[in-house]
Design a protein around this ligand. Sequence first.
Ligand code: AVJ
Length: 319
Amino acid sequence: MSFASEVREGLGERPRRLPPHWFYDELGSRLFDAICLLPWYRITRVEQRLLARAARAMSQTAPGPGLVAELGPGNGEKLALFLGGLAGRGGVDGSRRVLLVDISPEALSAATARLAKAGIVEVTALRGPYEKGLARIARERPPGGSPLVLFLGSNIGNFEPARASRFLKDVRSALKAGDRFLLGADLVKPEKDLLLAYDDPLGVSAAFNLNVLARMNRELEANFDLATFTHRVVWNAPQRCIEMHLVSRRAQRVRIRGARLDLLLRKGESIFTEASYKYDPADLRAQVEAAGFATRRRFLDRPAAYALTLYEAVEEPGP
Ligand code: AVJ
C-alpha cells in the first residue's frame, strides 16, 4: 500500500496510528543511523558483536549458504560485517548471492552501496514488503545451496505477537527443511533502560519520531506544525512493548491533502507511531519453534539483554 493510503487509513482509526515502516525516508534513515550511535540505544552495537561471533561459528560448519537474504537491511552495515566474518580469513566472497528486501528505496541503495564497498556485488535489491521477499526466496532457490534468512535489529519487535507468529510461519513456509534463519531479538530489561533507549537525552529519537510528520508535509502536502507535537514513550508492561506516540499539545486541525484527509485532533490526543515488543527468552524460543524451526545456536549478550539466535527449518511447518 502507498504512503497516502496507509496514512489515510491509520490516521482515520481510533486510536490514531501510523505504520512504523514510513519512518525511513532519507532523513529518517539517517536519524535511525544516528540512534544506533547513541550510548542509550545498544541494539545495533551489541548485535554487531554477536553477528561477528555467529559468522565465525557458522563458517566452521560447511556448507555455506547459497543465498543470504536479509529482510529490512537498513544501511547494510551489519550484513557486510556478517558476510565478511562468514568468508573467514580468505576475505569476502564476492560471488556470494545476496537478496535485500526493504520497503525503503533509501535503505536499499545505502545497503547495496555498502555491500559493493565490501566487494559483494551479486546483490538483488527488492523493494516491497517482506512477503514479497519471502516469495522470491521460495521461487529462486539456489541450485544445490540452501538459503539463510536474516531478520536482525529486533525488527520483529514491530510486530504484535500474533503478527510475529504469522510472520515466522511465513518465513518457514518460504524455506525447506535444513534452511537457516538468523533472528535478532531485544529482550525485556529494566524499564529505565528501555525509556532511555527510545527517549534519549539528545532528542534524536524525538526527531526520528517527529520526522514522520515532516515527511507527510513534504510528500503529502500536509501542514503539520511540528512544534505542536510531543514525542512520548511509554513502557506497556502487560504487553511487554515500548510504545512511541506523537501527542498533540493542543486541539487542532491538520490537512493532509495528498491523503485527502482532514485530521481533527483533541488536545492530548496521540498518534501511535511504533510498538517495539521486547521478548522473554523462553517465549521467543517457544514461538519460533512453534513456527517449524529448531534452535541451533544462541548468541546472547546478557548485560544488554539481546539475543541473536540461529534456527534451522524442520519438517512439518506449523499451519
Ligand atoms: C528498527 C524497529 C528495531 O524498535 O528499536 C528505534 C526502531 N524506533 N528507536 C526499534 C526504533 C525508535 C527500532 N527497530
